[in-house]
Design a protein around this ligand. Structure first.
Ligand code: ATP
Length: 234
């Protein structure tokens, strides 16, 4: 289980998350939705200690993470794929995946990069292509494949559909779902695309101005149309 208890997050003097509590089981699939600037990415980054200053307790598998650095959290099984898709542009697809394996927990076996790539039909034929030669959607999938190579227990995925063509977004649903099914990993997905989020998760957390406005199943969300009207309508 990953849990944040009453956390407050700040960028310099800007207070972004307010007394926020959130938890999910390591096998759950949860979507975090909300308008631009609601604090979705800041929640993910706060769980990873990857940017904002965080006050309050974040714990993983029942143990406080204290102020541990993001790379140490990755070695414990938490892998974030940030919005800006960090890949190595001057390495091939295969090399990108191979290098990412170094971030895996010490107890996890090294995964063969080709076996990782076999889970991503869109990338497999591109394994010898350089990062900079990929489209935005292909780069996004490569960023996800790199996270898989690090053997996560939970993947924190930040807006994977942003700037990606609709046909590729549809392909991504199957790819990410198969990946979660085959590895058993949990998924915490920040997303503006409700259709995509609904396809991949069982639970929805709605954020508004740094707070959680709703947390429940998609059925519960559908039964409360005012939540969407108040917190998600533009
Ligand atoms: N590095 C930063 N320094 C200062 N303020 C920041 C920084 N990153 C984000 N913010 C601010 O924090 C608030 C929450 O941003 P965040 O990126 O968490 O929102 P979001 O819900 O993920 O939005 P989006 O869907 O647009 O990515 C916004 O007001 C944003 O301007």
């Amino acid at each position: 289980m990953i849990a944040a208890e009453d956390i407050n997050a700040f960028y310099g003097p800007s207070h972004i998350l307010f007394d926020l509590s959130f938890s999910m089981a390591a096998t759950e699939r949860v979507a975090v939705v909300g308008r631009n600037g609601a604090g979705k990415s800041t929640l993910l980054k706060s769980l990873m200690n990857a940017g904002p200053r965080v006050e309050g307790k974040v714990s993983w598998q029942g143990r406080s993470l204290g102020r541990s650095a993001a790379y140490k959290r990755a070695r414990l099984g938490l892998q974030m794929v940030p919005e800006d898709r960090r890949i190595y542009h001057h390495l091939t697809v295969r090399e990108n995946v191979r290098i990412a394996g170094h971030a895996r927990p010490s107890s996890a076996p090294r995964l063969d990069p080709d076996a990782v790539l076999a889970q991503f039909p869109m990338l497999e034929p591109l394994r010898d292509r350089m990062g900079f030669q990929l489209s935005g959607g292909q780069q996004q999938i490569l960023a996800i494949a790199r996270a898989v190579a690090a053997h996560p227990t939970v993947m924190l995925l930040d807006e994977p559909t942003e700037g990606v063509a609709p046909a590729i977004v549809e392909d991504m649903v199957g790819t990410i779902r198969d990946m979660c099914d085959s590895t058993g990993m949990g998924l915490l997905l920040c997303e503006q695309n409700l259709w995509f989020a609904r396809k991949l998760t069982d639970r929805i957390v709605v954020m508004d101005t740094g707070r959680i406005a709703f947390d429940g199943t998609w059925q519960e969300f559908a039964a409360r149309p005012e939540i969407k009207e108040t917190h998600l309508a533009l």
